[in-house]
Each structure stands twice: as structure tokens, then as C-alpha cells.
Design a protein around this ligand. Structure first.
Ligand code: WQD
Length: 337
């Protein structure tokens, strides 16, 4: 079985390539290296002993996408990670996000639509729920108006896929990630944020290693037990494994709907202060931090109800927050060492 992984050298993509290869899938990676590096290939090979096919390709180039699918006309499924993901940047430059996240999706679906049958997995986000009314969040929770162009591209992406699947031979699974963190336990691959990290865990590990002076905690006056925001932090390896299981479900076709949606989280919410405490434990050091005003656009709380993924996919996150943080810390120490 030959699977195309777009953005396969990125954070979640690379971990998924590892799990796919471990399960015996033949992988073709497309990546434009806009937020990744060819060095990641070495990590994938070091872990799996297998070299995936790889093409540096920019999915915004429609003619190149068409050529790619002509050349690789034996692809059995696509896992589409390639996208831009910085919320703040999307507010500054919305068209970049619509081009990177929507045009590319359309071009891929145009090629897949011509096939007699194929499978598609989409990286969506819990951001589609906005501030959900009820915790934990089920897949049936209402979609809220997006607060950023990035979030909007995920909502529109889901809608486009749903509409196209109705009139084509494409079957899809939409995976709504909560907060992916951590690194492969071998520390051969992990997250490589460019510049100052916007996300909590890379900021924490960079502060732990001394690259940043102190972490700013965005607000401690939220209506939560300790006043800081609550998120569902999921180990990237657990997340990667869910993609393989979702793909197997698409390939098996048993009781499959044309489009299915799953939350991918642990089911447990952790506050920013709880994450700091857990990091201090695994890294055996104090983390310098200060409380600063709230960050615009942050929801108070978001954690997943994972019953559907448990029941239908037979998947459950295995790693604890501490294990995920320990892997992120091991990776940070390796890349700065
Ligand atoms: C987590 C918590 C911050 C940094 C974003 C996207 C989402 C998804 C994942 C990705 C929040 C607090 C953070 C810092 C802090 N998309 N924080 N100091 O905002 O839940 O989700 O990334 O591709 O769509 O919105 O994740 O890691 O930025 O923040 O206090 O320096 O940590 O306020 O409560 P978020 P995050």
C-alpha cells in the first residue's frame, strides 16, 4: 500500500511517516521545506531503517501537483498535513493562509476526484469548536465562527472535503487535534519551531535549556481552578498512531461513512501552571516564569471527549503529560547539545 504524506517532514507528519513505515506502508513524502528540513529524513531512517520516497514540491503549484499524481498513479491514500499553522501570522497575512491551506487542498482533491476510489485524511483542529460550552468536547459540539484565518482554513477545509466526498469516490477522515506535543522517544525527530516559539511546550523547553529567559504565562485570572487556561496536550506519537489506525479503517471500509470526524486528545485537561509543574518534575529544575496579561484569542478551556475515537477506531492515547514533556525535553537537549 502506497500512501502520500504531504508535509511529511513536519512535526506531526514525520512522526506519522515513522508509524506508517513501522506498519509496513510504503510512504511518499511531499514537502516544500517551508517549515521543515531534509535533515528530518535522516531521523526517520534512523528510527525505521527505511528511506521513504521524498519529493520537494510546493503544493501551491497546480501543474506540479497534477504531474505528481500522473507519475504516482498508484497511491492508495493521502494524509494531508501540509499547511501553515501560526495563528498570529494568519491574522497578519490571511491570503497566505487561504493560498497555503485552501488552494493546496483543492488541487489535491481535484486529482483524487479522478480516481475510481481513494482515501483522504485531513489534519483539522479543536480550534473549530472555539470556546465550547460543555467539557469535554464531543464531535457533535457546534462549530463556532473562526477567530483567525488559520482556524477558518480548518473549518472551510472540512466543508470542502465533506462536499467533495458526497459527489466523488473519495472517503475521508477528519482528525481534530487538540494540542500535540512531545517528540519521538528516540529523540531522532521532534518539533523544530522557527524563531520564537508561539506554542507553550517549545517555549517551556527553550526556557529550560536557557535559550529564553523566562516563560510568559498568558493570564491567571481565567475562570479555572488555578486561573490559567486548560488544554488537552497529546503526545505526538499517540497522535501519529491514530492516523495509521484511521487509514486502516478507510482501507478496510467496514461500516464506513463517506466522511467521519474524530477528536484526537487524551481526554484530560491540564492548566498552564500544571504543565509548568510537570515540566519542572521531569527536567528536575525550576522553570522561570511570570504572569502577564491574557493573549488575545485564547479560549479558556478545551479538552476532548475521546469516546468516539475509542469506540470506532479502537484508539486511545497512551502517554501521560509527564511522558510527553520528558520526550520534548530529551529532544530539546539533543538539538542544543
Ligand atoms: C497553550 C496554552 C496559552 C505560550 C494553538 C492553536 C491551535 C493548534 C495548537 C496548531 C494557552 C498558554 C502559550 C506561552 C502561555 N493549532 N501559553 N505562554 O493556543 O491552545 O493552540 O496551537 O497547529 O489551533 O490555536 O496552544 O501552545 O499556543 O497555548 O501561557 O508562551 O499555553 O495562553 O493557554 P493553543 P499554545
Amino acid at each position: 500500500m502506497k500512501i502520500l504524506v504531504t508535509g511529511g517532514l513536519g512535526f506531526i507528519g514525520s512522526h506519522t511517516v515513522v508509524e506508517l513505515q513501522n506498519e509496513g506502508f510504503e510512504v511518499v513524502i511531499i514537502d516544500n521545506l517551508s517549515n521543515s528540513s531534509e535533515e528530518v529524513l535522516k531521523g526517520i531512517v534512523a528510527i525505521t531503517g527505511k528511506t521513504p520516497l521524498y519529493e520537494k514540491l510546493d503544493l501551491r503549484e497546480k501543474a506540479l501537483v497534477q504531474n505528481f499524481f500522473k507519475k504516482h498513479n498508484d497511491i492508495d491514500g493521502v494524509i494531508h498535513f501540509a499547511a501553515s499553522k501560526a495563528v498570529g501570522e494568519s491574522v497578519e497575512n490571511p491570503l497566505l493562509y487561504y493560498e497555503n491551506n485552501i488552494n493546496t487542498l483543492v488541487y489535491i482533491l481535484q486529482e483524487l476526484q479522478q480516481k475510481t476510489e481513494t482515501n483522504f485524511i485531513f489534519s483539522s483542529s479543536c480550534t473549530v469548536y472555539g470556546q465550547a460550552e460543555k467539557m469535554p468536547i464531543t464531535e457533535n459540539a457546534p462549530i463556532q465562527p473562526a477567530i483567525s484565518p488559520y482556524g477558518n482554513t480548518k473549518q472551510i477545509g472540512e466543508e470542502i472535503i465533506t462536499e467533495v466526498c458526497k459527489v466523488s469516490n473519495i472517503n475521508s477522515i477528519l482528525l481534530r487535534y487538540f494540542n500535540p506535543i512531545g517528540a519521538h522517544p528516540t529523540a531522532e525527530i521532534g518539533e523544530l519551531p522557527i524563531g520564537v516559539p508561539q506554542n507553550l511546550i517549545p517555549y517551556i523547553t527553550q526556557t529550560g535549556i536557557g535559550l529564553r529567559q523566562e516563560l510568559s504565562v498568558y493570564g491567571d485570572d481565567y475562570p479555572t481552578p488555578d486561573g490559567t487556561c486548560i488544554r488537552d496536550y497529546i503526545h505526538v506519537v499517540d497522535l501519529a498512531k491514530a492516523h495509521v489506525i484511521a487509514l486502516q479503517r478507510l482501507l478496510n471500509k467496514k461500516n464506513l461513512d463517506k466522511v467521519e470526524t474524530f477528536n484526537l486528545g487524551t481526554g484530560t485537561g491540564s492548566s498552564v501552571l500544571e504543565v509548568i509543574t510537570a515540566f519542572e518534575k521531569v527536567s528536575e529544575q525550576k522553570l522561570p516564569y511570570k504572569i502577564v496579561p491574557r493573549r488575545e484569542g485564547d479560549v479558556i478551556s478545551a479538552y476532548a471527549n475521546t469516546d468516539k475515537a475509542n469506540a470506532v477506531l479502537g484508539w486511545k492515547a497512551q502517554s501521560t503529560l509527564e511522558e510527553a514533556l520528558a520526550s520534548a525535553w530529551k529532544w530539546e537537549q539533543k538539538i542544543r547539545g
